[in-house]
Ligand binder design. Structure first.
Ligand code: FUC
Length: 924
């Protein structure tokens, strides 16, 4: 931000001029130059789309990390700078990695270079007798320096350079999330220019188009630059730039081709491999890139990329811009449009960086804050689609975007939370297909991981430790506090089981999920040891990421293994696994230490011994795995552990790195505390989000984006306890809204509309036959369930606020309220003020029998009367009653009022927040 301010002051004069923009009229003027096919789309791209699903800025990016706009198709990624005279398109292909086989330093998969007989046993012995061990001592026994680990590499940068204009006005750079199209528009010396960029998964290419409003306005040279850690051949022939070579480190061969196409003007190939375009009406670039990487252990090399890259560019060129764009938008929208979220937001006409700054500084109205929250939610979905499509590697620590040869943490696959977090939103936000690269990748770890398990542990399963690469690095390194995490595979396997639960895909269960769960269960059945303290089975050595001492049976280790074995046992039942293995699982589970203990200050213990420091604010909150993403603790069945988890979480505080805050959104959602979940979201947006809305650890790390999107979904719909919980953690600030297309376990799609904090309408689309359990405040009141196909009322079983629908596959069930309660109150009052609150009760479709209504107010407030008795209300009629409320003296902030309407065996409610301002002394 500081750098940015400097750029504003020192940059060319038009930087300042563009702060006042008036671009909305420009779109129409541009249309004729584009022809019809793209015209309609252009119009909407040039302004925030109606739903506010566009990021936009009034100046080019100067800093890659915090300002570029990302487009991607899973394999390819581009960071768009949007410079006027020189456009920079930093690009990536996900398999371009140093390290692995052939690496200059040698490569050993992280496996011990010399056998270490008895090493693990020695650590176990010490833990058994002394209970703890210093990580430095353990790493001296079990670790070794990394060799040939490598790092994700930038592929290069496409530079499109033209003359610096005298004057630039109306500059705008944007990313439209709904279409997955980025763009730039500006007026240079009186001529309007537009550019569009997209990365198409449909055609596996990146496409860019440069246009001017008047014929012949595009005068540029297109070239490619790349770091020097590789051999480089750069040629231009027939407008096709070919950039190829091999990485110095490991000889990995790479190739990118860029076809430069023009309408009008002329095009010249230059000897240095660049292409010059003169007086063109439009210029289109088509980029494809690849490497000879293959996921095959142990060589990790496949075919030279030349033929495939050539073919893709040729095919895309033959297809033409309009068809490429249409195919891309259709493909993207096929995924993106499945979920919509409306929180009653209003997007102000502000550049996104300013929107974010004002969110942080308190300069937005409540509905404008919600606009950023909705944008951020959908951005997480956008980023997942853009960085995880089938046929490539999964989203890494930076998704697919990286401008460096030595990115933070190698931009690798950290598997002690980060890779797992990347996929938390996949199922629940209806992007199930994006998990394919994850499963392909984890499957590919089995071969090297089996060798590691055998050599280190002498064991039947497979293992991967704290972090890994596309070259199957499944062994260890020598950073004492993060080298040891053999539970990673078990945690990754959770995604397989969840994928089955959400999709109910039996083939996936039998062919992929179950074998994965089983191989990891075998590892852990072999590896658990009997704890001499209590005879329970524990993981040893065990290490709670990434702090403290080594011990036996740290809570997270136990909870992950519990999760794995429980999921495997359920899966075994479904696939009809043989009795013997099932019995082995059951016996192990019966003896397993479940990793749940309440300690001396009421906390959930992080270790088996009560070592927790109430002042520890470490970013990893590992011992709450059981709460999220596990399902061992839930507030409905485990109130004590829930209270202990809450205690621990409160002690950890609301700080942390980006991903840590994102995790805390999920924790608070699982604790059913919507306001605290929302607080974490606003902490994340205020203090861990870059101007391009990338999450920052710091530095940029994409897991927080994904974790937060998942957390928002978790606030609206949960289903991990086998019940579809509707609005389980709705924050007060989101009291009215709707969501559609979220997914629940059991192959169910959920839409919800709510007002005054209560669901009025829940729509469930059943993918399978069978019972669906749903929990909502709606079912505590008077409601009706209809089958959308037949229009008939459906009989349901009800128990408190839970109902069971006996669903037919393909049918849609709509539950609606028959009584609506609304509250009206002033938005702001002074402390100690007397004011009126009105509650309106409306009978929808049916008569509401006699009832009573009361108003719950915060402590220290008064309300008169305590209750009103209501006569029966005829269908379609409503009644309003008033309460005289006095707020407490001397207390400011948001106060929650809740009207509760009670009848015989039913109840309905409405909530509303009133902001209290403390009046200056003596003024009241
Ligand atoms: C985990 C975290 C770090 C960082 C790294 C990539 O090890 O503890 O904070 O996010 O992954």
């Amino acid at each position: 931000m500081i750098e940015r301010e400097r750029a504003r002051l020192t940059g060319p004069p038009w930087y300042r001029a563009t702060v006042v923009t008036a671009t909305l009229t420009v779109a129409a003027a541009v249309l004729p130059a584009f022809g019809t096919a793209t015209g309609a789309a252009e119009t909407s791209d040039l302004r925030p789309s109606p739903e506010g699903l566009t990021l936009w800025y009034d100046e080019p990016a100067s800093d890659w990390e915090s300002e570029v706009l990302p487009v991607g198709n899973g394999a390819l990624g581009v960071g768009v700078f949007g410079g006027v005279a020189t456009e920079r398109l930093q690009f990536n292909e996900k398999t371009l990695w140093t390290g692995g086989p052939g690496a200059a330093d040698g490569y050993d998969f992280g496996n011990w270079r010399e056998p270490r007989p008895g090493a693990i046993e020695e650590v176990r012995q010490r833990l058994d007798t002394e209970l703890r061990a210093d990580p430095e001592w353990v790493v001296s026994k079990l670790g070794q320096p990394k060799r040939g680990y490598g790092a994700y590499q930038t592929f290069g940068e496409i530079r499109v350079s033209g003359a610096e204009p005298e004057e630039v006005a109306d500059y705008r750079r944007y990313l439209n999330l709904a279409d997955a199209v980025a763009g730039v528009s500006y007026e240079a010396d009186g001529v309007h220019h537009t550019r569009e960029y997209f990365a198409s998964a449909a055609d596996d290419v990146v496409v860019a188009r440069f246009s001017g409003e008047v014929p012949g306005a595009v005068d540029v040279t297109v070239g490619v630059t790349a770091p020097d850690n590789r051999s480089k051949n750069l040629t231009a022939r027939g407008g096709r730039i070919t950039f190829s070579g091999a990485l110095d480190d490991n000889g990995l061969r790479y190739e990118a081709q860029i076809q430069v196409l023009t309408d009008g003007g002329s095009r010249v190939d230059n000897p240095d491999g660049s292409v010059t375009v003169t007086d063109a009406d439009t210029m289109t670039l088509v980029l494809a890139a690849g490497t000879d990487y293959s996921a095959e252990y142990p060589v990790y090399r496949g075919e030279d990329p030349h033929a495939a890259v050539t073919e893709r560019v040729d095919a895309a060129v033959a297809k033409g811009y309009d068809a490429l764009r249409a195919a891309h938008v259709a493909d993207h929208r096929g995924l993106f449009d499945r979920v919509s979220l409306d929180l009653g937001q209003r997007m102000p006409d502000l550049p996104t960086d300013e929107l974010l700054a004002r969110y942080r500084d308190g300069g937005l109205a409540a509905e404008e804050r919600r606009a950023l929250e909705v944008l951020y939610f959908q951005y997480g979905r956008y980023l997942l689609i853009a960085s995880s499509r089938s046929g490539s590697l999964p989203a890494n620590l930076q998704g697919v975007w990286n401008d460096s040869t030595s990115p933070p943490w190698s931009a690798d696959y950290h598997v002690n939370i980060n890779l797992q977090m990347n996929y938390w939103p996949a199922e629940v936000t209806n992007l199930s297909e994006t998990t394919e690269p994850l499963f392909d990748y984890v499957d590919s770890l089995v071969a090297p991981g089996t060798v590691t398990a055998k050599e280190m542990f002498g064991n039947r399963g497979w293992v991967v430790h704290n972090e890994t690469t596309p070259f199957g690095y499944t062994g260890v390194h020598d950073w004492a506090t993060s080298f040891w995490f053999p539970e990673a595979g078990a945690w990754l396997a959770q995604s397989y089981w969840e994928h089955y639960l959400f999709t109910r895909d039996e083939t996936f269960l039998a062919e992929r999920a179950y074998p994965m769960l089983k191989s990891l269960s075998r590892f852990w059945i072999d590896e658990l040891v009997t704890d001499s303290r209590d005879g329970r089975l524990v993981v040893s050595p065990s290490y709670s990421p990434e702090q403290g001492d080594f011990s036996a049976g740290a809570s997270m280790s136990q909870q992950i293994v519990w999760d794995l074995l429980t999921n495997t046992a359920e899966a075994a039942e479904l696939v009809g696994e043989d009795e013997e293995f099932r019995a082995e699982l059951a016996a192990t589970l019966a003896d397993l230490d479940p990793g749940l203990r309440i300690g001396s200050w009421g906390q959930l213990q992080e270790w088996k011994e009560d070592w927790d420091d109430p002042n520890n604010q470490h970013r990893h909150v590992s011992h709450l795995f059981a709460l999220h993403p596990g399902r061992q603790i839930d507030p409905y069945s485990e109130p004590e552990y829930t209270a202990a988890a809450e205690k621990s979480l409160l002690a950890r505080g609301d700080g942390g790195t980006g991903w840590s805050k994102a995790w805390k959104i999920n924790f608070w959602a699982r604790l059913l505390d919507g306001d605290h979940a929302h607080k974490m979201l606003s902490e994340l947006l205020s203090h861990s989000t870059l101007p391009n809305l990338w999450d920052t650890h710091p530095p940029f790390q994409i897991d927080g984006n994904f974790g937060a999107t998942a957390g928002i979904a978790e606030m609206l719909v949960q289903s991990h306890r086998g019940v579809v919980d509707v609005l389980p953690a709705l924050p007060t600030e989101w009291s009215t809204g709707s969501v559609s297309g979220l997914r629940a376990r059991g192959d169910v799609t959920v839409d919800v509309e709510w007002a005054n904090g209560t669901a009025n309408r829940i729509t469930l689309e059943a993918g399978r036959d069978g019972p669906i359990r749903i929990h909502s405040g709606l079912f505590g009141g008077r409601f009706r369930v209809t089958d959308a196909e037949t229009g008939r009322t459906v009989d349901v079983e009800r128990d408190g606020e839970e109902i069971v629908i006996d669903a037919d596959a393909g049918h849609t069930y709509v539950a609606t309220t028959l009584v609506e309660v609304a509250l009206s109150a002033p938005d702001r009052v002074e402390d100690g003020a007397l004011f009126t609150v009105e509650a309106t009760v409306a009978a929808v479709d049916r008569t509401v029998p006699a009832s009573r209504i009361g108003l719950a107010v915060p402590e220290g407030w008064t309300v008169v009367p305590a209750e009103h008795a209501l006569r029966p209300l005829r269908a379609g009629s409503s009644t309003t009653v008033a309460f005289a409320v006095t707020s407490k003296v001397g207390e400011s902030g948001g106060a929650r009022l809740r009207a509760v309407l009670r009848g015989d065996g039913w109840r309905a409610s409405a909530t509303r927040v009133v902001t209290v301002d403390v009046s200056p002394a003596g003024v009241r």
